[in-house]
Design a protein around this ligand. Structure first.
Ligand code: 5GP
Ligand code: MN
Length: 336
């Protein structure tokens, strides 16, 4: 945040405000951690609501304050009422309004001050204050900086736990290239507020149902390698989901297994979403392989260089065939 922005932010919060915090749809730990950290930070002196476009994985229910999150999809009237009273809206962990799905039009038509805090490349220009830095490991790391520049003394165990969870989730526990010495320093400072590092790891990674292990088995078994290319892909069909009682968040991390193979630079997961009539795609990569450019060019998506998402309206089989042809073309044009 530059000095001019900081001045406007400090002025904005010099009196009691009615604040709404919005994560992207199907929010992950970074998006919810950012919302909840700001929720705890602001709530002593302001009216604050978190509105998620839709449900999130119950794995994240351990985050302090999560029971107060409103879900727009389930509680439209209450959420729209909260919007009418709001004077400040934060959008967290997304760079384009369409990632707030059903909430996008409420955000764009509202006359409130909008503040974006986000770490994705090429942010859209919808906010009054855009705090964007694609070099940051996570939105949570940015929220930590934001809070420190306003009033660091307010950080407590709850705020620290929310921020730490988002940082470890988005950096793969301080492993991904986005991890800087400053990210580790922030992690270290958060631990001084009593964050329980082991418990957070257990809640995030070792807290699933037995059937989720079986689903992982089938996803791993379905992996295919594209001959002659450093690419593997797998899929989870609607049937796999029904057989294994699929719940939101169950497939989180599956795609990364593809990158455990020597020489593989890109791994892709296709998930059949019968109820939405589409295939949700997760892309992961290493080194110079930029999946965000591929995702936006071929699958209406985007994200980070090494972690992106997209969608396809074709059948699963047609999507896989299109993918094999598109990625072959993309690699031939950009990497050979
Ligand atoms: P995931 O594979 O975990 O769903 O998504 C990985 C990353 O890709 C997310 O953190 C987000 O930055 C981005 N992403 C996922 N889905 C979409 C999408 O539909 N559109 C865009 N633009 N980005 C997405
Ligand atoms: Mn993030």
């Amino acid at each position: 945040m530059n000095e001019h922005m900081l001045d406007s932010v400090i002025k904005l919060f010099s009196k009691k405000r009615n604040i709404i915090l919005i994560p992207h749809s199907s929010p992950d730990a970074d998006a919810l951690g950012s919302c909840l950290a700001l929720y705890h930070f602001f709530k002593s002196k302001n009216e604050v609501n978190i509105i998620s476009p839709n449900e999130y994985t119950d794995i994240l229910n351990f985050l302090p304050g999560s029971k107060d999150i409103l879900i727009y999809e389930n509680d439209k009237v209450k959420c729209e009422d909260a919007f009418k009273k709001a004077d400040v809206v934060f959008t967290l962990d997304f760079n384009s309004l369409n990632r707030a799905r059903n909430l996008s039009s409420l955000i764009s038509s509202s006359t409130t001050k909008t503040i974006m805090i986000d770490h994705h490349e090429n942010p859209d220009n919808y906010a009054d204050i855009t705090i964007s830095n694609s070099k940051m490991s996570s939105t949570c790391e940015m929220v930590y900086d934001f809070i420190c520049s306003i009033d660091k003394s307010k950080i407590d165990n709850k705020i620290a736990t929310c921020i730490y969870t988002g940082i470890v989730a988005d950096t793969g526990s301080f492993r991904f290239p986005s991890t800087t010495s400053k990210t580790l320093k922030v992690g270290s400072e958060l631990i001084n507020y009593g964050v329980n590092v082991t418990e957070i790891f257990e809640k995030l990674h070792n807290n699933f149902q037995f059937k989720r292990l079986k689903l992982l088995g089938s996803a791993i078994n379905n992996f295919k390698k594209i001959e002659g290319l450093p690419v593997v892909y797998t899929s989870i069909t609607d049937k796999d989901q029904k057989v294994n009682d699929f719940k939101k968040g169950d497939s989180e991390g599956f795609v990364n297994f593809g990158l455990s193979v020597a020489e593989i630079l890109c791994s892709v997961l296709f998930i059949e979403k019968k109820d939405e009539g589409l295939i949700k795609i997760s892309f992961r990569s290493k080194g110079d392989f930029k999946v965000n450019i591929f995702a936006s060019k071929y699958f209406k998506g985007g994200g980070h260089k090494h972690a992106s998402g997209g969608i396809s309206k074709l059948s699963l089989k047609e999507t896989e065939e299109k993918f094999v042809s598109d990625i072959t073309q993309y690699i031939n044009q950009n990497y050979e």
